[in-house]
Each structure stands twice: as C-alpha cells, then as structure tokens.
Design a protein around this ligand. Structure first.
Ligand code: FES
Length: 161
C-alpha cells in the first residue's frame, strides 16, 4: 500500500521517537492514514501491522476498540456531535437533525464525501456544551445555526471541494 509523500514524511518525523517500541506507532499511524485514505481498510491494517512489527489481528483489535478509528468511509471533514447527557440537555441532538443535516451528503469530485456526521459520546467538553469536533478542531456552545455556519465556512474555503 502506498501513501502520499506528505504522509510518509509525517510517519518519518515521529518514527525515531518510537523506534524502541514500534507498536506504539499503531494508533498514530492509523489515525494519520485514516485522514488520507478516508477509512481503515483491511489493506491499511496489514500495512500498519507490517511497519510496526505486529500481527494484523492485533491492529484489527485496536481498530475495533477505539471509536475514533472508522472502517466505514469518512468525509474529508468528519463532524462529531456529542449527544451525551450534558450536550443533549442543551440542544446537542438538534445539531444532528434536519434530517441528518443536508451537507452530510455533499459529494466531492474524487467520490469521497466532503462531510460525514457522527453522534458521539462525551468528549470531555461538558462545560462548553453542546460540543462538536470537526476533524481535530473543537467547537463549543454549538447550535444548529452555528454548525451550519462552520460548514459553510469550510465549503467557501474550497477545502471541501
Ligand atoms: S456530554 Fe458532551 S462533551 Fe460531555
């Protein structure tokens, strides 16, 4: 399996710090590769296992355990809306309706969705509920209108296309 030169460079940067325990690279490699590939595929699992010197089954178990690793394809921008109790009580669930927010189906020219939407459990931002994470960026005190504005901002930045 081949990755982009940018992703290979990223792997190279953290590799020296984990050389003694290559298996500790499994999660960051999976996350960075997921960003590029859009999903954790069987080929990706085999590749990470080979590079980290572990069995594919061990990598597969990691994928099954961590909710931030997805076997289903994600959009370029993966929108995670917390609907756990604190966020639910102040309107978090309304951020996922309309229904399943229309931008969720926006398609890119490469066939990958521009956005994907996922309801998630508490992300540790209860004091600023409702909380949303888009890729690695957190957004607090979100309303449906604020969320749509964030999406519009990403669309108009041409990053989603
Ligand atoms: S319940 Fe939503 S961040 Fe904690």
């Amino acid at each position: 399996m081949t990755f982009s030169p940018e992703l290979e460079e990223r792997f190279k940067r953290f590799w020296p710090s984990i050389r003694a325990a290559k298996r500790s690279a499994v999660i960051p490699m999976l996350m960075y590769a997921q960003d590029e590939v859009g999903a954790i595929t069987p080929e990706l699992i085999d590749e990470v296992a080979k590079r980290c010197g572990v069995q594919s089954l061990q990598v597969d178990e990691v994928v099954g355990y961590y909710s931030m690793l997805h076997r289903k394809p994600l959009g370029k921008y993966h929108v995670q809306v917390c609907t756990n109790i604190s966020c639910m009580l102040v309107g978090g669930t309304s951020c996922t309706s309309m229904p399943r927010r229309s931008w969720d189906r926006t398609q890119r020219s490469d066939g990958r969705r521009a956005f994907s939407l996922e309801e998630v459990e508490c992300m540790g931002a209860c004091s600023w509920a409702p909380a949303v994470e888009i890729n690695y960026d957190f957004h607090h005190h979100i309303t449906p209108e604020k969320l749509d504005a964030l999406i519009d901002g990403l669309k108009s930045a041409k990053k989603a296309n």
